[in-house]
Design a protein around this ligand. Structure first.
Ligand code: 8X3
Length: 262
């Protein structure tokens, strides 16, 4: 089975009443869990990500459509929009991530650019491309996956926190701009979520550094915890907008206030 960036592998069900959702960054973590959750709620899910092997397996599992997409590439995003077609009910802008953890004095410009590219520009490009289809649905939802890092600052995190503050501001702006359109704009802001890849990518494959993030924390959030909340948010009645939902593990009362038993 091969994946074209322009053509989904499976025919989208056209039965009346089937709601369609796009999840970006669907190859792992919160994105994959969200795709499963939305499929379980009856959505036909377009699983968008760069890693074709993963999205093909996921889409086969949930009866969705894999679409190769690099959200930072305008042409790739245009292909996603073409694959989705003229009507879309829910867009989950989940693609994002942190690259590096250094003080500003030692910041890597390339890491900062990559974070802005994926967390802000990528989110904008996908939203811009899919907005006409969301409007056409008559009751669209854009759900942006932000972070508690979009609400506070912490040492060695400025590249990521700046980017996630960007995600937050785009989210808030879009809601203002779409007030007279049939599209709700929502954000979920997770705190500490233990996934296979987030911290490992941030620390450039350093497993010990990644493990230290969660050291002694009894139960960090899981991707499934976040996905279930997303599923609830996007299935509220059309007049209800969950503007922002902050979700943390019980052990994380605030960014710097984490209960660890070591
Ligand atoms: C991830 C949350 O605390 O690593 O978005 O910034 S944190």
């Amino acid at each position: 089975m091969t994946t074209s960036s322009a053509t989904p592998l499976q025919i989208t069900p056209d039965q009346p009443g089937v709601r369609h959702a796009v999840v970006t960054g669907a190859s792992s973590g919160i994105g994959a869990a969200t795709a499963r959750t939305l499929a379980g709620a009856g959505f036909h899910v377009y699983c968008a990500a760069r890693r074709t092997d993963r999205i093909e397996a996921l889409a086969a599992e949930i009866g969705g459509t894999p679409v190769r997409c690099d959200v930072t590439d305008e042409a790739s995003v245009a292909d996603l929009a073409a694959a989705v077609g003229g009507r879309l009910d829910v867009l989950v802008n989940n693609a994002g991530g942190a690259f590096g953890a250094a003080p500003v004095s030692a910041a890597d410009s390339g890491d900062w650019r990559r974070m802005y590219e994926v967390n802000v520009i990528g989110l904008m490009q996908v939203t811009r491309a899919l907005l006409p289809a969301l409007v056409a649905s008559g009751n669209g939802v854009v759900l942006n996956v932000g972070s508690t890092a979009g609400r506070v600052a912490y040492e060695n995190g400025a590249g990521y926190t700046a980017a996630k503050h960007g995600t937050h501001v785009v989210n808030e702006t879009l809601r203002l701009e779409l007030v007279d359109q049939p599209v709700r704009v929502m954000q979920i802001a997770p705190g500490m979520v233990r996934t296979d890849e987030f911290a490992l990518i941030r620390f450039d494959g350093d497993q010990a550094a990644a493990d230290a993030v969660y050291a002694g924390v009894a139960e960090p959030l899981t991707a499934q915890d976040v996905a279930e909340s997303i599923g609830w948010m996007v299935t509220r009645p059309a007049h209800v907008s969950i503007d922002e939902l902050v979700i943390r593990p019980k052990a994380q009362a605030a960014q710097h206030k984490v209960h660890r038993v070591l």
